[in-house]
Write a protein that binds this ligand. Structure first.
Ligand code: M6R
Length: 592
């Protein structure tokens, strides 16, 4: 969703802000803008479209200053346009605001302000913050921000500057992420670490309803009663390189290739790191059931885990989409362990599901990649994936490391520690799959003409078929559905015709015959099959095989998903699409 960066320091703010915005591009956006404190007040540049368009505008009409705020906007209220882009100024141009989130009562506030003669120029909910702040402004910006945010309902991360305070940026957040970075050359606010990692690895993670007052030499935090508060400065261990493409054409490919390493790193955290302590402290005997809830790929990781928990632990495990869980009056209580899975730790529906579970007395455990994120902070227990920063919108390495932690929980809860040795073999086996990249690339190149591609599997293979299908549609824009093999005959097979492609995952040895006969059924109706399997199968002109290394069936999704990721990647690459930033999508969905 929207990205925010702000800088106050000794250096020219514009290049720092533009660079920071580029590093936030992965969040998804359709317009961008910057406001700096210039010689004669605010200088603003806003532009619909990609950051390159904003850069062009800045070349022809430069702006400059040593303090400023920048924003990438993912439209929610009002179309993507120059006017609707942030920063927004109040009508007297005294206050400039960037906002990430949704102001739910904006209509009411806007009407009240309009009745007082205030003219709005945009269709956004965010402009109301700038207008309201100007209305409340009493010469003290901190007071004004407190008063303004007290009137807001909804979610926000805000960066605010005021004409009367040429040295100060104020930041405040509720239900949307915001960090404060400190360095010798100045201080920062940002939506996420990669935006400022080149300048500093020292950050404060802001909590809801905390206010940061930032100048080039100081950072001070306050609560909503205007009392100073002390916060802990954290050191980020991610390297600057980890947020760069490192020679790959896309972040997605780089992140696919990083999987053996980050999975090893994650496994290490279970053997000796902080995660081990957290997992060891959970006694499964305290619970009657497990509920896993998450969105998108994180949900798919949950579906995989259901098969693993139930098979290994003989323990009931439900998997719920967080967007459904939050409104269904779920049956959870203090005997339920609710596992929240989220790369960003900021997904709005997953946050809401977490709070719902807590309200009902459940114990919450999160699997999160971003340290200091809302979910990581609010759950009773948190274990971290060691995936490092994931920039591509389509998740790959975060998903794989989520699986590692879910497997580990099942191993631990079932007391099947001997499976840890097998788990440790996954990274090397992924490396073996990488030896077949050329074949996958060639196969994918021949698939760009398909209008629709189906994914089928049985049991745990069905779970990973869901992920393969999601990956393909999100980056290649080819329609795709995933089905349990046994369901084909109950409707779907009517869609199969000459030259339909059915990607068939077949890693459950005991069901190999069944899924093979599903493949034959679609082939006999004209389909082509890409068979992803660790079992030996005859190749024909209708059936192409990608053979996977042998592994315990329960861990096989970690291998088959690599083929599915590479397949989707190369289909999209051959279509020449914007793989890291697919249309309409955002990396972390911080609004409902
Ligand atoms: O940050 P989260 O893991 O909570 O995000 C959940 C989904 O939005 C995410 O997995 C999404 O489905 C991915 N873009 C899929 O590749």
């Amino acid at each position: 969703m929207c990205g925010i960066i702000g800088y106050a320091g000794d250096e020219c703010a514009v290049p720092i802000i533009v660079d920071g915005l580029k590093r936030l591009e992965y969040r998804g956006y359709d317009s961008a803008g910057i406001a700096v404190f210039g010689k004669d007040g605010f200088e603003v540049a806003k532009q619909k479209g990609r950051l390159s368009a904003l850069e062009k505008k800045l070349e022809s009409t430069p702006i400059s200053g040593f303090m400023g705020i920048g924003h990438t906007r993912w439209a929610t209220h009002g179309e993507p346009s120059d006017i609707n882009s942030h920063p927004h100024l109040g009508s007297t141009s005294k206050i400039a605001v960037v906002h990430n989130g949704i102001i739910e009562n904006y209509k009411h506030l806007k009407e009240r302000l309009e009745q007082r003669g205030i003219k709005f120029v945009s269709q956004t909910d965010s402009e109301v913050v700038a207008q309201l702040a100007e209305r409340y402004y009493d010469g003290d910006l901190l007071n004004t921000v407190i008063k303004t945010t007290n009137a807001l309902e909804g979610s926000y991360a805000l960066g605010i500057m005021c004409l009367d305070d040429p040295d100060t940026i104020i930041a405040v957040k509720k239900d949307n992420p915001l960090i404060v970075g400190v360095s010798e050359a100045g201080n920062f606010i940002a939506s996420d670490v990669p935006a400022i990692l080149e300048h500093t690895n020292k950050v404060y993670y802001m909590d809801d309803k905390e206010i940061a007052v930032i100048t080039k030499n100081s950072v001070q935090f306050y609560n909503m009663d205007k009392e100073p508060i002390t916060k802990q400065l954290e050191t980020i261990t991610w390297s600057v390189d980890s947020a760069e493409k490192g020679g790959y054409p896309h972040f997605m490919l780089k992140e696919i290739m990083e999987q053996p390493k980050v999975m090893r790193d994650t496994i290490q955290t279970i053997i000796a790191g902080e995660n081990k302590k957290v997992i060891d402290a959970i006694n499964i005997k305290d619970f009657d059931k497990i509920v896993v809830t998450a969105c998108g790929s994180a949900y798919n990781a949950g579906v995989v885990s259901k098969y693993v928990f139930e098979r290994l632990c003989r323990f009931s495990c439900e998997v719920e989409l967080a967007s459904e869980f939050r409104y269904k009056d779920a049956i959870v209580d203090k005997r339920t362990l609710v596992i929240l899975v989220s790369q960003s730790g900021e997904t709005a529906d997953t946050i809401a599901a977490m709070r719902e579970a807590k309200n009902k007395g459940a114990t919450t455990l999160s699997i999160v990649n971003v340290i200091g994120s809302t979910i990581a902070k609010e759950t009773d227990h948190t274990i971290y994936t060691a995936a490092g920063p994931e920039i591509a919108v389509a998740t790959t390495k975060a998903f794989s490391t989520q699986l590692v932690l879910l497997y580990t929980l099942a191993i631990k809860f079932s007391g099947s520690e001997s499976l840890m040795d097998e788990l440790k073999t996954i990274p090397d086996k992924i490396q073996e799959i990488f030896e077949h990249v050329d074949y996958i690339q060639k196969y994918a190149a021949a698939c760009i003409g398909y209008k629709s591609i189906f994914f089928i599997g049985r049991n745990i293979d069905y779970a990973i078929a869901l992920e393969g299908s999601l990956k393909l549609k999100e980056i290649s824009y080819i329609h795709s559905e995933a089905y349990a093999g046994g369901e084909l005959k109950h409707g779907t097979i009517s869609l199969v015709e000459e030259n339909t492609l059915v990607v068939t995952i077949a890693c459950c040895e005991r069901l190999h015959g069944k899924i093979l006969s599903n493949a034959e059924q679609v082939i006999s109706r004209g389909a082509k099959v890409l068979f992803v399997s660790n079992c030996k199968t005859e190749e024909t002109d209708k059936l192409s095989l990608i053979k996977l290394p042998q592994i315990n069936e329960l861990f096989s999704p970690s291998l088959s998903v690599i083929v599915l990721q590479l397949f989707s990647y190369y289909v999209a690459a051959n279509k020449g699409l914007d793989i890291d930033k697919p249309r309409n999508l955002a990396k972390s969905v911080t609004v409902e």
